[in-house]
Structures are given as structure tokens and as C-alpha cells.
Design a protein around this ligand. Sequence first.
Ligand code: LLP
Length: 423
Amino acid sequence: MTLPGAPWLHRRGRSLWLDGVELDALARTHGTPLYVYAKRAIVAAAEAYRRALAGRAHLLCYAMKANSNLAVLHTLARAGCGFDIVSVGELERVLAAGGDAGQVVFSGVGKTRAEMARALEAGVRCFNVESRPELERLDEVARAHGVRAPVSLRVNPDVDAKTHPYISTGLRDNKFGIAHDEALAAYRDAAARAGLQVVGIDCHIGSQITEVAPYLDALDRVLDLVEAVEAEGIALHHLDLGGGLGITYTDESPPTPDALVRALLARLDARGHAQRELLLEPGRSLVGNAGVLLTEVQYLKPGAHKNFCIVDAAMNDLVRPAMYEAWMAIVPCVERDAAPRTWDVVGPVCESGDWLGRDRALAVEAGDVLAVLSAGAYGMAMASNYNSRPRAAEVMIDGDRAFVVRERETVRALFAGEHLLPD
Ligand code: LLP
């Protein structure tokens, strides 16, 4: 089987390596559960987009909700990326990692006044506004600060991204964006407000998209609007098509970033928009296959109907299988000779939904280290402390060197901010 994450993830003999580091040894050194990312894989993914965009006005805004570790942000800032953020917490992370607020777009349906004020003060590049009431609030906040807020309206193109319903966002029934047929009126409103400066338009249709066609449909719908808005004398400098490009978890074959970008540029050219600045907000496709989650087998519990392989990572560390029934590959860090048996790989959390993989063929013994693959995106970023479990440590690999980029959380830190009632 080709490993998702190849060539960075590969076998040397029986051992699994990420770039120049042997993962079993890494797990023994740093403990488990352990997230591990390959810096060179992240940089290569960003370069694949940027190569295809070369020569065009563009900005790649990493959707940092996928993985917001400061070392990941720093790596991507150095690779020339801006950021797509959805909270002030994310903005502060960008700044702490040395990123430039001027290359940040601020998305999200529920921005508070305080978040708007902080983002204006930091000087973000653009607010992706998702509703008329948000426009009104942003106008108010900007005027109170004596500035004009740069805005782009997130329009909902009503196209089917053909992905999991929880991560599909471009359909009429989703909470995201301004309906296509209400967007023109919203632009007129925005253009008339003293606290706002219209700078662009954006959309985002969903995540883990494995075809080019939904993007082209969305682009066509957005270009129709661009033309209608500009016909009224409202200039739209940039067009932001969001993120969403899928990765290979098992047998998906999504378009490469180059293929997607080429198709988008060709459509922009064909419709006479070659000059327009293109923004993209990829998350998963930059980091997903650059990372793995390492976990140690605690107990084997064979049974009459099911065999359980109980590991020390759980749904609080990696929630995607429990939440979306996502399939993520699970492989041993050191392969054994024995014949594989079928196991449900489950965590210690007290929920039947706490599983990482079902019906997996594995030759495994207690004490072995397993790797859950494609875990660089929406892994640690969605981790919680459920069952009072401290969150995992994170390591970034650069060539043959490994750096702890987040220490394992301590149990004490979990309740450090809690208080008993007075007697
Ligand atoms: N831009 C916006 C406005 C978004 O809402 C998202 C993701 C992205 C960009 C990046 O999408 P990506 O390139 O990563 O697909 N937790 C789910 C995925 C949720 C995605 C939410 N929005 C999962 O684990 O599959």
C-alpha cells in the first residue's frame, strides 16, 4: 500500500519513518500519544500551490483552524503564506508566530465587537463578512475607532461540494455566507457605509473536496456576482475562493493543488478576469498528510464477536473518526511477522463512540506503537480534555532532527484556573 503522506512518510525495512526520523524511537523518547509533523512536507504543499500561482496576483491564506501550532504557523509564514482566521485567539497565534496581520483574512459567522476591534487595531487585510447584521456591526465598530474596515462579503454560491454534510458549507441551507440573490443589495449597503471599504468577495463551499467541478461551479457563480457588483461601480479587488481541497486518507484521488489552481486560472482567464487577485484558504491540503498521531497499544482484548485493540490515544486526542466516522489509516510503527487479525482500535475514554478505526487488519501486541496517518489537520486542533486527559505533545521534524513544538499538557494545568467555594 502507498502510505498517505509518502514520500515523507515511508518504510525502511519494517520501520516507519517520517522524513529522517524513525517514529517508534521518537515515541519511546517523547511518550504517547504524540503528534508528529514533517516541516518539509508542509513547505512542499505550500510550494505546490505557490508554483501554480506564480506570475499571478495571489495570496495563499492558510486556514489555521486545521493546525494552529505556532511552529506550523511560523513555517507557513516563512513559506510566504498569509492566514485565514476565525477568532481573535487565532489572530494572537499568528502574531505570536511572527505572522503579518496585513496578510490575514478574518472569516466566521459570529465575530464579536471585541474581536472586530482587536482585528482592526492589528490591521488585518480583510474581514470576510457573512451577514447583513455583521456588516452593520463592523461599520459601527470601525467608525468608533476612526477607521474604515476592509470588507469582502462571503457569498453562498449554493453549490454541492459533494462531501460529508458536516463539512459542506456552500449550500443554501448552511449557516454560512450571504445568499447569492441577496449579495448585490448587501454590497450596495456596504459601499454606502462610511466605516467600510469594499475590497473583495469570497466563498468557501466545503472541505475534503475531491473534484474540481464544484470549484468551477462556485467560481462561475461568484464571477456572475463580481460582474453585477462592478457594473454598479463598486470595485472588487480580490476574489477569495476559500479552501476545501481534499487529501488522500485511503483511496480518494483529489486533484493536486497545481491541477486545481490551473483549472481556476483557466476559468478566470476565459471569463476575462486574468488580472484579478486570487486568494485561497487551504487548510487540510497543507498540513493533513504532513502529520501522524503515535499511540501505544495498552491492552489486547479479543472477544467472540469483536477484537479490541485498546490504545492510549482517544477521541479527545483525535475526534474525526467519532465525529464524522472518518476513516484514517492505522499502521504499526514496526511491522511484525505474525498473521494480522481484525481489530477495532479504541481509546480509553468512557464512550462507545471512542474509536480510531474499526475492523483493521493488524499484527499487533501490547506495547507496540501504532501511527494514525493523515492526522496533521483537524487532529490536535480539535483535541479536548474530556475525561481530564491532558492533551498530547507535538513534535516537528526537520530532516533528521526532531523538535518538541508543544509540551505535553500536565494534569495540574487542567484545573489550574478552577476554584473551590469558600467554606
Ligand atoms: N476557509 C473557511 C472559511 C473554512 O471554513 C475552512 C474550513 C477552510 C477555509 C479550510 O478548509 P480545508 O482546506 O481545511 O478543507 N473538522 C473538519 C473540517 C472542518 C472544516 C471547516 N472549515 C474535519 O476534520 O474534516
